[in-house]
Design a protein around this ligand. Structure first.
Ligand SMILES: NC(=O)c1ccc[n+]([C@@H]2O[C@H](COP(=O)([O-])OP(=O)(O)OC[C@H]3O[C@@H](n4cnc5c(N)ncnc54)[C@H](O)[C@@H]3O)[C@@H](O)[C@H]2O)c1
Length: 250
């Protein structure tokens, strides 16, 4: 049988309380990893931890990714709880709503950049030293097809996701000889709570662009992430994996 083996691995999953992040947590747990779920929503975290597994296997930290001190504290708490960190999945994100670029509230623009771009930077900055100490690491950034194509009425979100693709490419090269890979996945639309932050016409637009004519599934994202986190995925770094039902053209 061809199984993904993540025994002995400790994974941080940001935005792990719900949606794609929680599904990734389930998938990594099924492969034997221990997980630390980081999220700003403490009650959703407590619910996820109760449903996913025993203490010692599932750990949670209430953290605001937009705040460097909060991220640094979460990193230290996680390292103390498990004694090591092997995997970082930068998954948490927001849409910031939909509007034409010239009508976007600058506060919404900054909030999207703070959470979708600065947050992953703070997480990489805090966690990479632990990966270097291990001599092994996997970082997976959850980007979006919006970062490759630029969705209309979502310039802030699209720009933040394009930027995380560039972060992936730069950091991947910096760590290329360290047995630490840095990759991104670029999903098209997947049905989660995040859709509540978008207009229906925007959701319809995104679905209409997918040749497979359906939403992606959380489980499809989780399966791809689990593979990227494994030792078997060893010669791919600074890369972007497509998950768009045929929408991506590069
Ligand atoms: N669902 C989609 O269609 C889709 C498509 C492409 C990419 N993505 C990306 O996938 C990732 C996960 O999306 P999802 O659909 O599961 O979203 P979701 O809204 O279901 O979950 C996001 C989680 O992030 C947490 N979060 C938000 N701000 C935070 C902060 N400041 N600090 C800590 N945690 C915070 C939320 O509390 C929530 O639990 C996001 O980066 C999103 O942009 C989603």
């Amino acid at each position: 049988m061809n199984q993904i083996d993540l025994r002995q691995r400790v994974a941080i999953i940001t935005g792990g309380a719900r949606g794609i992040g929680r599904c990734i947590a389930e998938r990594l747990l099924a492969s034997g990893a221990r997980v630390s779920l980081w999220d700003i929503d403490a009650s959703a975290l407590a619910q996820a931890a109760g449903e996913l597994g025993a203490p010692g296997v599932v750990h949670t930290v209430a953290v605001n990714l937009a705040d460097l001190a909060s991220v640094q504290a979460a990193t230290e708490v996680t390292a103390a709880a498990f004694g090591r960190i092997d995997i970082l999945v930068n998954n948490a994100g927001i849409t910031g709503g939909n509007a034409k670029t010239w009508e976007l509230d600058p506060a919404d623009w900054r909030r999207v950049m703070d959470i979708n771009l600065n947050g992953p930077f703070y997480c990489c900055r805090s966690v990479v030293p632990y990966l270097l100490k291990n001599g092994f690491g996997r970082i997976v950034n959850i980007a979006s097809i919006a970062g490759k194509e630029g969705n209309p009425n979502a310039a802030h979100y699209s720009a933040s996701k394009a930027a995380i693709i560039a972060l992936t490419k730069s950091l991947g090269k910096e760590l290329a000889t360290s047995n630490i890979t840095v990759n991104a996945i670029a999903p098209a639309v997947i049905a989660t709570d995040i859709l509540k932050q978008m207009t229906q016409s925007h959701i319809d637009y995104m679905l209409s662009k997918i040749p497979m004519a359906r939403f992606g599934k959380k489980e499809e994202a989780a399966a791809l992430v689990a593979w990227i986190c494994s030792e078997k995925c060893s010669f791919t770094t600074a890369a972007v994996f497509d998950l768009s039902g045929g929408r991506a053209t590069y």
